[in-house]
Design a binder for this molecule. Structure first.
Ligand SMILES: [Zn+2]
Length: 290
């Protein structure tokens, strides 16, 4: 049993090497008469080979060493329960003993999902010893998958940042002729807010027509990325902005100032009513409380 632990640790070393290369950490060794005659680590990604599981890689090396596709009188040590493919390879190789560490509840073919070993209709019998150093080997795998998830999440965030940066660059490159830029998020506001801002001298110092060009440019560039609601709101903003442009062309400065005065007087009248009614309500409330 002590020998089993030593050889399984040799398989763990192979698994760690696979992890260092960015592969799922699984390792295996083949031992015959106290000698390691085959080592293997998972290398499916590096070799673009779906069959390059640690067990198969180790069995190939052992076969080369023996000059025989039958790898008899050998023990295969592996850090994870073999899959159906590897279990089949172990049977074909006539491996005598199989020692594996962690169970594989998703793809294990030595009892977890399938039971390929020692099937009653198959001739070859394999001695199977599961569970040795299973916690250590299981932790190796769970740690690897946790790290990979974190790395993938970080990559997604980075990608989002980069795409938002490139869209900003495109925008600024497209409107250099207008010399000014609307505040960030303006095109997410209401139609009237957009129209007012684009008509303002701050955003469109050469007049609201340049604001209209900016709005058209934005709608064309955003294109399919705009929701239907946003698109109709921007179209509404275009209508309001063209109204502003038309009113500035038609109305002389004097009539415009009169209409402002009328509005101002109306506004003044309104608050008087409210100020009268407000104290009455509050007084009646306080009296009822007493
Ligand atoms: Zn496998």
């Amino acid at each position: 049993m002590n020998d089993d632990l030593d050889y399984l640790r040799a398989a763990i070393t192979e698994a760690q090497a696979a992890q260092a290369a960015g592969e799922v950490p699984v390792g295996a060794v083949v031992v015959r008469a106290g000698r390691v005659i085959g080592r293997g680590q998972n290398r499916v990604l590096r070799d673009s080979d779906p069959t390059a599981h640690a067990e198969v890689v180790a069995l190939r090396e052992a076969g080369q060493h023996l000059g025989n596709y039958r790898i008899e009188d050998c023990t295969l040590y592996v850090t994870l329960e073999p899959c159906a493919m590897c279990a089949g390879a172990i049977l074909h190789a006539r491996v005598a003993r199989l020692v594996y560490a962690a169970l594989d509840p998703k793809a294990g073919a030595c009892g977890s999902v399938l039971a390929v070993m020692n099937h009653p209709q198959l001739n070859h019998h394999v001695e199977v010893y599961p569970g040795l150093l299973s916690e250590e080997c299981g932790a190796l795998l769970t740690g690897f998958f946790r790290q990979r998830r974190q790395a993938q999440a970080a990559a997604r965030i980075q990608q989002r940042r980069e795409t938002s940066m490139t869209t900003k660059k495109k925008w600024s490159a497209g409107v250099t002729s207008d010399s000014t830029h609307p505040e960030e998020g303006l095109f997410n506001k209401s139609a009237s807010e957009i129209a007012k801002a684009l008509a303002s001298k701050k955003v469109s110092p050469k007049g609201p027509a340049s604001g209209m060009r900016m709005l058209n440019f934005y709608i064309n560039r955003a294109g399919k990325n705009l929701s239907k609601e946003r698109h109709s709101e921007l179209e509404k903003a275009k209508d309001e902005l063209s109204d502003i442009i038309a009113s500035q062309k038609k109305k002389p400065a004097k009539t415009a100032s009169k209409s402002v005065k009328k509005k101002a007087t109306k506004k003044k009248a309104a608050p008087k009513k409210s100020t009268k009614s407000a104290p009455k309500k509050s007084s009646s409330k306080t009296s009822s409380k007493k």
